[in-house]
Write a protein that binds this ligand. Structure first.
Ligand code: UD1
Length: 416
């Protein structure tokens, strides 16, 4: 098993650029399955989730080549192959193949997805939405069989603004038969990016970024070159790395408008931010201040993916802070590991009460999931002494070249 070794206590200084967004790349790769011809995705960072999804689509006879950081996908001869459960369980986003297969082939057989164990993570919203669009779905022995020969249009109202369900409906509908309207659609920037990508290929999607998206079907999508947006979660994690180590860093490729709820809390903690176009410079204060209660929720509220990284910072802010997790029910699994490092945190149901300590100390800890693991990395960067973070694979799913990148800011971090 891989691990990160961190010798903490170094102030981070310098400038760092953010890579393309994992959560934008994953649906866009599935979107490339709708295109007959070569799609070039530029600046693809080697996230483990992305590598795993590329392995999966290869099994659907999509030709894939890597060229100077770009990935070239040609789905001209693609087939809707059944992906072995062991592979699709590696990442939650494998469920997005469902929408892509329905859209392109009018039938699909997929296994249940996996991903971080941060809650129940059902796919009922995805399946109910497709049923409303005329898809006949049967679940047998863990396999979801979809017959979309009578795919139709209509208005789909999501009970919850699910990111994945919104993306699946878009993927199923761009080459559909009739107009589809999604109400209570998720508004995340990654959905806007998927829509921009598909529209550049010739699709007709209006309203992405609002809670009402209208998809007018087109006959065919055309090959393009595309560079997905930068990873807002990674960008904000770097800002937190600067903050928690009392550092002074510049992060390139992080947009103020996409991160307002997070940046407001960072400012409240006493960090000084200088915002210029897509670059944010952070100066961490000598003494942090407590922040008002943080409540995670769908975009543009405070992102659930930054909950554990922010709790790492709160764990060294003198006073008491409260965090309520409203998106995933088991997203405090990392807390016992942070407590091993000296943090004082009490969790009851979906609320964590954090009483800041003066200093964390290095320990041997285990990453329980991707973002929980990122929280442990941050804690280790500011802790006294050495920390070993086991199960590092969880972290590699959504952070690429992390040891090199943080090392370039002065962190003493190794990956092995
Ligand atoms: C995406 C992101 C993930 C982020 C999450 C919320 C990707 C690849 N992943 O995950 O990083 O943490 O959005 O911002 O983009 N739900 C149901 N039924 C469903 C679907 C979802 O009950 O059919 C529930 C989930 O269990 C969860 C909540 O809705 O409690 C949010 O899920 P969703 O927005 O779908 O997240 P993902 O697309 O899985």
């Amino acid at each position: 098993m891989s691990e990160f070794l961190i010798d903490g206590g170094v102030r981070l200084e310098g400038s760092i650029g953010v890579q393309t967004s994992k959560n934008a790349l994953l649906p866009i790769i599935c979107g490339a399955l709708l295109v007959e011809g070569e799609v070039v995705l530029k600046n693809v960072a080697p996230y483990l989730d992305v590598e795993n999804l590329l392995d999966i689509v290869k099994r659907c006879d999509v030709k894939i080549e890597h060229e100077f950081g770009a990935v070239v996908l040609d789905a001209s001869s693609a087939k809707p192959s059944l992906i072995p459960s062991a592979l699709s369980k590696q990442l939650r986003a494998s469920i997005l193949l469902l929408g892509a297969f329905v859209g392109r082939f009018r039938h699909a057989r997929v296994t249940f997805p996996g991903g971080c164990e941060i809650g129940l993570r059902p796919i009922d919203l995805h399946l109910n939405a497709l049923r409303e669009l005329g898809v006949i779905i049967e679940e047998n022995h863990g396999i979801i069989n979809c017959d979309a020969s009578n795919l139709r249009g209509g208005v789909v109202m999501l009970d919850f603004a699910s990111v994945g369900a919104t993306e699946n409906i878009i993927l199923a509908s761009v080459l559909g038969a009739e107009e589809v309207t999604i109400l209570n659609a998720a508004r995340e920037p990654e959905i806007v990016d998927l829509s921009n990508f598909l529209n550049r290929c010739g699709a007709n999607i209006v309203g992405a970024g609002t809670n009402e998206i209208v998809i007018k079907p087109v006959k065919k999508l055309f090959p393009i070159e595309y560079e997905p947006i930068k990873d807002r979660i990674v960008g904000c994690t770097y800002l937190l790395a600067g903050a928690i180590t009392h550092g002074n860093i510049e992060v390139r490729g992080v947009k103020y408008a996409q991160n307002i709820s997070f940046l407001k809390k960072l400012c409240q903690s006493g960090c000084q931010l200088n915002i210029k176009s897509d670059t944010i410079t952070l100066k961490s204060p000598k003494t942090f201040q407590t922040v008002d209660m943080i409540e995670t929720n769908v975009y543009p509220a405070f992102p659930t993916d930054l909950q554990s990284p922010f709790v790492a910072l709160l764990s060294i802010i003198k006073g008491v802070c409260i965090v309520r997790e409203n998106v995933f029910e088991s997203r405090f699994k990392y807390v016992p590991e942070l407590i091993k490092m000296g943090a004082k945190i009490k969790v009851k149901n979906n609320v964590a009460l954090i009483e800041g300590v003066e200093k964390l100390s290095g320990a041997e800890v285990w990453a329980t999931d991707l973002r929980g693991g990122a929280g442990l990395i941050l804690a280790a960067l500011c802790a006294n002494g050495y920390t070993t973070i086991h199960n590092a694979n969880h972290i590699l799913r959504g952070y690429s070249n992390l040891a090199e990148n943080l090392g370039s800011l002065g962190a003493r971090i190794k990956y092995k």
